[in-house]
Design a protein around this ligand. Structure first.
Ligand SMILES: [Cu+2]
Length: 351
C-alpha cells in the first residue's frame, strides 16, 4: 500500500501536534520554565538525544517529532568496499545508493515515578537506485507507515557514586507489524511491477519483543550512560520469513553549555542477524538485497549533536535537537549498501 499523504504533509501535521497539545494541558507538579538547564539535567528529563532510555517524573507528558535522513552509497562485502562490476558478477542487478527518510512521532507518559510509557510511530520514505548488467540505471521507491512500538521504561533504582548519581532502568516493549512487507515497484530487469527486496520493505511483518537495560550518570552539567536493547522476532511473517534478531548498544555523553544549549556525542552500534526463511516472490540471484544471507551486519555510528532548550510557558518546556552522524565501523555478510551519513532533527515538548 502506498501512503496517500506526502512526507511534507505528515511532517507539518506532526509539528503542529507537538506544539499545540502542551498548550491545552492543565497544571502539574514541575515548573520547567523556572529551571535552568543544569536543574533539568539533574531532574532526569533533559535527554533529547536519548529517547529510548529516559524516565519521566510522575504526571509528565512528552511529545517528540523526529526527522531522520540516512543516505547509503556504494556496496560493501565484509569490511571492504565492493565495485558495482564485482556485484554484477554474482547478481543481475546491483544497488548503487539509497535514501531513507523517516518521520517519527513519539509520545511518553509517566503514570508514576518508576514507570514511563512510550508510544512510537513512524512514516518512512525509501528510494533506491540500481544498475543492471546491461548498464541501465533505474529507481525504486516505497513509502508508508512503519512498525508501531509500545514500550515501558522502568526505573529500577538509584545510587550515589564517585561520578555522580547513577540510575538503572529496564525496558520492555512490543513492536507491532503495522509496516507493509508487500511493497512493489517497477523493476527494470524484470520489466514489470514486482515485490521489492527486504531493505525496501517498511516493517518486519512480525510481532517483535524488545527488552533492554540502561544506566545513566547525572552530575552537574554532565549526563552520560549506556543502553543495551534486544529486538527478538517471533515466528515467521505472512511472506514466510523472519528478519534477524538485533542487538543495539547505545552510548552517550551530554554536556550542558550555559542555560539553553547542550552538546552530545553518541555511539550507536548494532548487530543484526541474517534473514530466516525466504520471501518466495523474491529471487535471491536478482540482487544482493533479495538474498536472505546478505542481511547480517555489525555497524557502529558516531554522531555529534546539539540540543537547544527553549523556555516555554508556565507549565511547558520545548527543545530542539540536531545531530550529524557517520559510520565508524561496518562489517557485512554478503554484499550490502554502505551507510554514508545520518542526519537527525527533532522538536520536543514536555508538559
Ligand atoms: Cu521522554
Amino acid at each position: 500500500m502506498r501512503s496517500t499523504l506526502s512526507g511534507q504533509t505528515i511532517l507539518l501535521l506532526l509539528l503542529i501536534l507537538t506544539l499545540a497539545i502542551p498548550g491545552l494541558s492543565q497544571s502539574k507538579d514541575n515548573d520547567y520554565a523556572e529551571m535552568d538547564l543544569s536543574e533539568l539535567v539533574n531532574l532526569d528529563i533533559y535527554a533529547s538525544s536519548v529517547l529510548t532510555a529516559h524516565i519521566h517524573n510522575r504526571g509528565d507528558w512528552m511529545l517528540d517529532y523526529s526527522y531522520m535522513s540516512m543516505s547509503m552509497d556504494g556496496m560493501r562485502g565484509g569490511t571492504r568496499s565492493s565495485a558495482t562490476s564485482e556485484v554484477l558478477e554474482s547478481y543481475m542487478v546491483s544497488p548503487l545508493n539509497m535514501m531513507m527518510d523517516m518521520h517519527m512521532l513519539m509520545a511518553m507518559h509517566a503514570p508514576s515515578n518508576e514507570l514511563t510509557l512510550m508510544f512510537m510511530l513512524n512514516v518512512i520514505d525509501k528510494e533506491m537506485e540500481l544498475e543492471t548488467r546491461a548498464g541501465n540505471v533505474f529507481t525504486t521507491k516505497s513509502s508508508g507507515l512503519g512498525d508501531i512500538t509500545v514500550s515501558v521504561n522502568y526505573a529500577i533504582g538509584k545510587s550515589d557514586t564517585h561520578f555522580g548519581e547513577l540510575e538503572y532502568s529496564a525496558t520492555v516493549g512490543i513492536s507491532f507489524p503495522t509496516g507493509s512487507i508487500d511493497e512493489e515497484d517497477f523493476v527494470m530487469a524484470m520489466n514489470q511491477n514486482v515485490r521489492l527486496p527486504y531493505p525496501m520493505q517498511l516493517g518486519s511483518g512480525t510481532y517483535d519483543v524488545i527488552v533492554g537495560g540502561a544506566y545513566t550518570f547525572f552530575s552537574p552539567n554532565w549526563y552520560w550512560g549506556g543502553q543495551v536493547l534486544l529486538t527478538l522476532r517471533t515466528q515467521e511473517n505472512k511472506n514466510h520469513y523472519r528478519l534477524g534478531n538485533r542487538t543495539d548498544l547505545k552510548l552517550w555523553i551530554n554536556r550542558a553549555l550555559g542555560d539553553s544549549l547542550s552538546v552530545n556525542l553518541r555511539i550507536d552500534a548494532y548487530s543484526l542477524d541474517n534473514i530466516h526463511g525466504e520471501d518466495e516472490d523474491l529471487n535471491p540471484m536478482m540482487s544482493p538485497t533479495a538474498d536472505p544471507n546478505s542481511a547480517a551486519k555489525q555497524v557502529a555510528n558516531a554522531s555529534l549533536g546539539l540540543d537547544l532548550y527553549l523556555p516555554g510557558t508556565q507549565s511547558n518546556e520545548y527543545r530542539m535537537g540536531f545531530s550529524f552522524g557517520k559510520p565508524i565501523y561496518q562489517d557485512f555478510d554478503g554484499l550490502q549498501l554502505e551507510t554514508d551519513q545520518i542526519i537527525k532533527i527533532n522538536v520536543q515538548a514536555l508538559f
